[in-house]
Design a protein around this ligand. Structure first.
Ligand code: SF4
Length: 380
């Protein structure tokens, strides 16, 4: 994958509070550990820079979590400075930081903007007080407004908001109200995810005890269809199943991920996909720090994918993009004939009007978009 850009993902695993639905690798803040965590990131960066920096240009950096803004501004500045020192980063690189309302003030936002972070993704989830409480979020609507306004004041002109739909008891008009309030903040990008109950979360226990009832599939689909209608009418480009952007404002980093090209993940629990090999770091921040100090890496699991598996995953991720998969590019990447391997599956899905092939692109049809999970599984 010589010609593909390399994306750099850095995981900051700390949160001020564990949300009830969360199955991300997030842990309580430990102030006495966080400097050591940043030190460990520096060491891990040095290790991988020796392997990858000479021939790889980095076009995107993404600090995700957890809540990256639980780190102090000086720690976030230090991380970015070290990235520039260790890797070959394009001058126009997209450098995103995730932030949660109530975890960042104006001074901190100004400092990180000045340090070079040029895109901010804010975890809003809902503008509704009751929904935020139900979602077990640590902030209310007031903090959302102040965080978005401060981010603008600090100079972030590329701003994304995350919203969550299919929250229990959410009516269509509740959801429309959320979307309208989000649009009032003039974001360049919106991610809208439906709430799913993941095993091992507090929500999974509530559901098992009959204390949490999720909306039925029909209502979820109604909310999703309305999302597409409302946001596209307001000029947003629906470019991925759950993502919408103003022109030229798609998340370049996430596109790297959906194209299943090289991404190097640093930090506790971070996953990487490099040249057909997938590897993942240990989850616990303290274990991560110890592994890095001892041997400069913290990989707990590594797997080189068989070609058929890599192709299946590339289709699975690529079909999430509304543009679809470029068949010609795919054939060159895997040195195969697309028709020979996937011809039968595609014919069946075409007969069912779930996918289309136009020019060089295989993509989900409108009907296929609403049944995306089951269509995508056909290729695995
Ligand atoms: S803020 Fe995000 S990462 Fe942290 S606990 Fe909540 S959902 Fe999980």
């Amino acid at each position: 994958m010589k010609n593909y850009p390399l994306g750099l993902y850095i995981h900051i695993p700390y949160c001020i509070h564990k949300c009830g639905y969360c199955d991300f690798n997030s842990h309580p803040i430990k102030y006495d550990e966080m400097d050591k965590y940043v030190d460990a990131l520096m060491l891990e960066m040095s290790h991988y820079a020796k392997i990858y920096s000479s021939n790889k240009i980095i076009r995107t950096i993404f600090l995700g979590g957890g809540t990256p803004t639980t780190l102090a501004a000086y720690q976030l500045e230090r991380i970015l400075k070290e990235c520039h020192k260790k890797f070959n980063i394009e001058s126009s690189a997209e450098i995103t930081i995730e932030a949660n309302p109530a975890t960042i003030d104006l001074e901190q936002l100004k400092s990180i903007r000045q340090a070079g972070y040029n895109r901010i993704s804010i975890g809003v989830q809902s503008f509704d007080k009751k929904e935020l409480k139900l979602l077990d979020r640590a902030h209310g609507p007031t903090e959302i407004h102040s965080t978005v306004d401060r981010a603008r004041e600090a100079g972030f002109d590329n701003l994304s908001l995350d919203l969550m739909f299919a929250v229990p008891n959410q009516s269509l008009s509740n959801w429309e109200n959320n979307l309208r309030q989000a649009l009032d903040k003039n974001p360049e990008h919106l991610s809208t995810y439906n709430l799913t109950i993941e095993q091992g979360t507090a929500f999974a226990k509530l559901q098992a005890n009959g204390k949490l009832t999720m909306p039925d599939d029909e209502h979820q689909l109604e909310l999703y269809k309305r999302t597409i209608e409302l946001l596209t009418n307001k000029g947003f480009h629906h470019y991925e199943i759950s993502n919408f952007a103003r022109p030229e404002k798609q998340s370049k980093h996430n596109i790297t991920y959906w194209k299943n090209t090289n991404t190097l993940g640093l930090g506790a629990g971070a996953s990487s996909y490099m040249n057909g090999t997938r590897f993942k770091n240990v989850n616990l921040p303290a274990h991560y720090i110890r592994h890095i100090i001892d041997k400069q890496t913290a990989v707990e699991h590594s797997e080189t994918l068989e070609p058929r598996q890599a192709m299946g995953e590339t289709i699975m991720l690529g079909l999430r993009l509304l543009k679809g998969i470029n068949i010609d590019e795919f054939e060159k990447r895997f040195h195969i004939s697309f028709k020979n391997i996937f011809g039968n599956i595609i014919s069946t899905l075409k007969e069912q009007e779930l996918v289309t092939v136009e020019g060089d692109y295989l993509r989900l049809s409108k009907k296929g978009l609403f049944l995306a999970d089951s269509v995508i599984l056909e290729f695995i």
